[in-house]
Write a protein that binds this ligand. Structure first.
Ligand SMILES: Nc1ncnc2c1ncn2[C@@H]1O[C@H](COP(=O)(O)OP(=O)(O)OP(=O)(O)O)[C@@H](O)[C@H]1O
Ligand SMILES: [Mg+2]
Length: 234
């Protein structure tokens, strides 16, 4: 279904521009980091791409628009994931069942993916009593279980300590290695550098710059990116 094309995509609420016209193409294979300060519009942009919000103007176009798009083509992990009031494994199985998988397969697949994210030992625990880091791993497992072609991750390590962050970053690496296209938002320079292949830098709803990770950190072109890299407040 890739590339994903944003064609003059704009989003405004009550006359306030939240995303200013963005035109770009997002390719398969690379890990795309949407980088920018708090309030830059990262979450809104991801929701527009994922289809949860409709652009005020412009279009979001997938290369191969499947008539009735399957739930598992593209998945999203939200900045504040919500778990159902049931066990960790049941949360994963529920997502698989919704995607149309047979019940026996659901359990096997859920067990595999919980193992892969290091949650096998807490699989039967109520999801909502898991720690923040565990819940975030569970959210990743739930999305990964579907084997999506594209996975949107909205600030997957916000509020996590360095160890939990490292665990999550390892899992994201494994998801990428399994062939899923990663489109992820972060405000962390270190994280964008560690995980990304390319950067889309957002500033006040504008795509200020797009570059490979290497070039972005070596030679940022836009004044906004230069000052963000210097750690200055606008
Ligand atoms: N539905 C909405 N109605 C009105 N304003 C909105 C709506 N959604 C987002 N906004 C505003 O749009 C701006 C961008 O929000 P967004 O959540 O995309 O930022 P962000 O880059 O993800 O920030 P953070 O790093 O804090 O998560 C914010 O000022 C927010 O208040
Ligand atoms: Mg956000």
């Amino acid at each position: 279904m890739l590339p994903l094309t944003l064609d003059h995509v704009e989003f405004s609420v009550n006359g306030r521009d939240i995303i200013r016209p963005i035109t770009c193409e997002i390719q398969a294979g690379t890990r795309t980091m949407i980088l920018g300060p708090n309030g830059a519009g990262k979450s809104v942009l991801m929701r527009l791409c994922h289809g949860l919000l409709q652009p005020t103007r412009g279009r979001v176009v997938w290369h191969k628009a499947v008539a009735a798009q399957r739930a598992r083509d593209q998945a999203m992990v939200f900045q504040r994931p919500v778990m159902l009031r049931r066990s960790a494994i049941a949360n994963v199985m529920y997502a698989l069942k919704l995607a149309g998988m047979a019940p026996v397969e659901c359990r096997l697949r859920a067990e595999d993916v919980l193992e892969a994210v290091g949650l096998a030992s807490v699989a039967e625990r109520p999801a909502r009593v898991l720690s923040g880091g565990e819940q975030q791993r569970l959210a990743l497992a739930r999305a990964w279980a579907l084997g999506p072609e594209v996975l949107f991750l909205d600030e997957p390590t916000a509020n996590l300590d360095p160890n939990a962050t490292r665990d999550i970053e390892q899992i994201i690496g494994a998801i990428h290695a399994s062939g899923t296209k990663i489109i992820m938002s972060t405000h962390s320079l270190g994280q964008a550098r560690r995980l990304g292949d390319e950067i889309l830098f957002l500033s006040e709803g504008r795509l200020a710059e797009r570059a490979s990770v290497d070039l972005f950190f070596r030679q940022p072109q836009s004044p906004e990116a230069v000052s963000y890299l210097r750690g200055e407040l606008p």
